[in-house]
Design a protein around this ligand. Structure first.
Ligand code: FES
Length: 148
């Protein structure tokens, strides 16, 4: 049911923890399952110099956040905003359909962290338009949009 990559990132998650004095912190939750994900970013010269996460959630959410931090580390903010849950799922070698929303949570938490950074610094980024950090992230529409 789960790929080896999912199991690996679930058993040995990368970049777990908090960043003290983070430049941006994003927290999102899923009302359906009650899982919560928090992502911390450190920004230097418009690049994501460090990223850490804490996930109070299921194994797929932990694996998705872990691999998402690997995908995002070192990217420019602009490029980080282009990372989609589909890329996260692909990097994991796939997730069961009922677990796709767990990867959406990782994408949303990253956006929320960048949104927080943008709010604090007064910057604007393409890709944040219409983003609402208070959204309940009930992303069932995203599930049907994903093609495997
Ligand atoms: Fe909710 Fe995975 S079951 S994030």
């Amino acid at each position: 049911m789960y790929t080896e990559t999912v199991m690996d990132h679930f058993m040995n998650p990368r970049n777990v923890g908090e960043i003290e004095n983070a430049d941006g912190v994003g927290e999102v939750g899923n009302v359906k399952c009650g899982d919560i994900m928090r992502i911390y970013i450190k920004v230097n010269d418009e690049k994501i110099e460090d990223i850490k996460f804490k996930t109070f959630g299921c194994g797929s959410a932990i694996a998705a956040s872990s691999i998402a931090t690997e995908l995002i580390m070192g990217l420019s903010i602009e490029d980080a905003l282009k990372v989609t849950n589909k890329q996260v799922v692909d990097a994991l070698g796939g997730l069961p359909a009922v677990k796709i929303h767990c990867s959406v949570l990782a994408e949303q938490a990253l956006k929320a962290a960048i949104y927080d950074y943008a709010q604090k610094t007064g910057k604007t980024y393409a890709g944040l338009e219409g983003f609402d950090p208070t959204d309940d992230h009930d992303d069932h529409h995203d599930i049907v949009e994903i093609e495997f």
